[in-house]
Design a binder for this molecule. Structure first.
Ligand SMILES: Cc1cc2nc3c(=O)[nH]c(=O)nc-3n(C[C@H](O)[C@H](O)[C@H](O)COP(=O)(O)OP(=O)(O)OC[C@H]3O[C@@H](n4cnc5c(N)ncnc54)[C@H](O)[C@@H]3O)c2cc1C
Length: 397
């Protein structure tokens, strides 16, 4: 009997959605799976900011080779630039062309500075391991060279990333001062948000409880304050300068420019329009942060999308109808400093230590989406290790 040709699946973007889809398809020999990535590691965003406050890089950046070890997946390094719909190919910025029968696009979002003057050049970002390492070096070197902390550490954006970072930054700064025998001084951490409250996408009481917790930890909240520009010494908010050499921008994202460049239809919120199978066009699936789904913008949604599309492609290969997309209702856990987190699942809101324990469990579970249990538990434990380029911080004696 003639052997059926394999379905050539090209997945672009090795983040939560793309990597999950690749792993789930790789165990089925009806598919020839390639994963095209512009990075050689998988970024686990929920713990990325820990790297700025002392955790090892490996806690948030896992080599793709480790995740794909022993899997029948061809890993290709490259930046996808051009889609040729007729030829069914993707071309990369180094002019290489890859063909597909089925294309999965899961490229994630990019930082958006809303054209606010000075921000792109002067603020620190939290969207990649390189940005986080740059921030960490600045936090450390600034204290050590000036023998005092910056006048203000300003985190912009009262969403989950901004509140988590504002809640934990002080601990690391104190630690650097201690290690370098620098006289402990008050550390001013400011959290700036354009809307009247924190965590605007969550129920009001969650925003209130998180605001209370941050204030107790000494974080000053600037609500209803619009960032208008940044200069070398100040952040300008509501026409007033706030002196700082450390502005951390967590406030905006935009959809990946690949979609506009390749003329994809988008919705009012600039996400890619898809049908009920997350298909933007015949044989082109769009997942995770790129797709216009109700909980787009969360890692949990991206993993769900990756699993869903992989399962549907298997159904289709078996001659069955594809199933319509069903929404995954997320559980959000927002830690503020050590030992406290807010947990939100629909109308259930939990605060405190139990939330923090749940968050640890959620991270181990999430690592396991990409690694065996043994590796995911080790991965989680690496959070408590510390990684320092500075020999004094590494070894105080
Ligand atoms: C700092 C931070 C903290 C977060 N914390 C949480 C949290 O606690 N809980 C939660 O649920 N969500 C969290 N999120 C959101 C979550 O990380 C995203 O929703 C999730 O990463 C989306 O997955 P994705 O697969 O769509 O995109 P990503 O995971 O961003 O993956 C996209 C991949 O595509 C690559 N890529 C981009 N363009 C190209 C190209 N042209 N060619 C090749 N490769 C390309 C990127 O480098 C990346 O590797 C956080 C996000 C950030 C930035």
């Amino acid at each position: 009997m003639k052997k059926m040709a394999k379905v050539k699946v090209l997945i672009v973007g090795a983040g939560f959605a793309g990597t999950k889809a690749a792993l789930d398809l790789a165990d089925d020999d009806r598919f020839d799976v390639s994963l095209l990535s512009n990075s050689d590691h998988f970024t686990y965003f929920p713990t990325l900011y820990h790297v700025a406050t002392g955790s090892p890089k490996t806690n948030a950046a896992i080599p793709l080779k480790t995740i794909l070890d022993g899997k029948d997946i061809t890993l290709i390094r490259g930046q996808a630039t051009t889609l040729d719909r007729k030829a069914k190919t993707i071309t990369t910025d180094d002019n290489k062309t890859y063909s597909y029968d089925t294309l999965i696009l899961a490229l994630g979002v990019v930082t958006n500075y809303f054209n606010i003057p000075g921000l792109a050049e002067l603020s620190y970002g939290v969207k990649s391991i390189d940005e986080i390492e740059t921030l960490k070096k600045h936090l450390h070197d600034q204290i050590v060279s000036k023998h005092q902390p910056d006048l203000n550490y300003v985190v912009v954006g009262g969403g989950p990333t901004g509140v988590e970072l504002a809640g934990t930054l002080g601990l690391y700064l104190k630690h650097v001062m201690q290690r370098h025998n620098i006289e402990q001084r008050a550390i001013h951490i400011d959290l700036v948000e354009a809307l009247p409250r924190l965590l605007a996408n969550m129920p009001k009481d969650v925003g209130r409880m998180v605001a209370r917790r941050l204030k107790r930890r000494g974080v000053k909240l600037y609500l209803n304050q619009k960032v208008e520009g940044e200069t070398a010494n100040d952040l300008v908010i509501n026409d007033k300068p706030l002196q700082s050499h450390t502005v951390i921008w967590t406030a905006g994202t935009a959809n990946n420019p690949f979609f506009a460049a390749n003329k994809f239809a988008t919705t009012a919120n600039h996400k890619v329009a898809t049908d009920v199978f997350l298909q933007a066009e015949p044989d082109i699936f769009v997942l995770g942060d790129n797709a216009n789904t109700p909980f787009s913008g969360l890692a949990q949604t991206a993993v769900h999308d990756g699993k869903y599309v992989a399962a549907n492609l298997k159904r289709r290969a078996s001659g069955k109808h594809m199933k319509s997309y069903s929404v995954h209702y997320p559980i959000t856990v927002i830690p503020i400093g050590e030992g406290w987190a807010a947990v939100v699942r629909g109308n259930i809101h939990i605060y405190g230590w139990i939330g923090w324990v749940l968050r640890q469990a959620a991270d181990i579970r999430a690592f396991h989406d990409f690694e065996p249990w043994s590796k995911s538990i080790n991965q989680w434990f690496s959070y408590t290790d510390s990684e320092e380029a500075c020999p004094i911080c590494l070894n105080p004696n």
